[in-house]
Design a protein. Structure first.
Length: 144
């Protein structure tokens, strides 16, 4: 693997991620689907242009529980690795906690605020999208 701008790995280290460019956008997602996949009450993701991210070993078959949403996990430890959303073409999303540079990649918006857990209160000035935030995500707004 060549030197990368952003690097990361799964829990056990069997799956290695590397991006040759910074994320297009970093966002929180409050949706039930992302919460279940990550096991977190509020996951955050870094979106990369698909052409800039590599995963070793190569991704196998995707899990598609929700139509148009493909997710891959580490075959060894089960860590969530990457996700693709049909409504956000050309981007691939990595859970922020996998990335070595996560401390330098603050989220720029909240998506699916309408699905936020009622006891979760985050006081920030970030834009909040009731739904997917697809317009902001497609435009790469909130770039890091």
């Amino acid at each position: 693997m060549t030197a990368a701008t952003v690097t990361g790995r799964c829990y056990c280290g069997a799956s290695i991620l590397a991006a040759s460019a910074a994320p297009l956008i970093v966002a929180y997602c409050h949706c039930t689907d992302c919460r279940r996949w990550t096991g977190a009450p509020l996951p955050a993701f870094a979106a990369f242009d698909e052409g800039t991210l590599s995963v070793e070993p190569a991704l196998g078959a995707a899990l598609e529980q929700v139509p148009g949403v493909q997710r891959w996990s580490c075959p060894q430890c089960g860590s969530p690795l990457v996700a693709r959303f049909a409504y956000i073409p050309g981007q691939i999303y990595v859970p922020l906690g996998l990335l070595d540079q996560a401390a330098n990649l603050p989220p720029g918006l909240h998506c699916h605020e309408d699905s936020r857990l009622p006891w979760l209160h985050i006081h920030d000035d970030l834009p909040r999208n009731a739904g997917s935030g697809r317009d902001a995500l497609n435009a790469g707004k909130g770039q890091v």
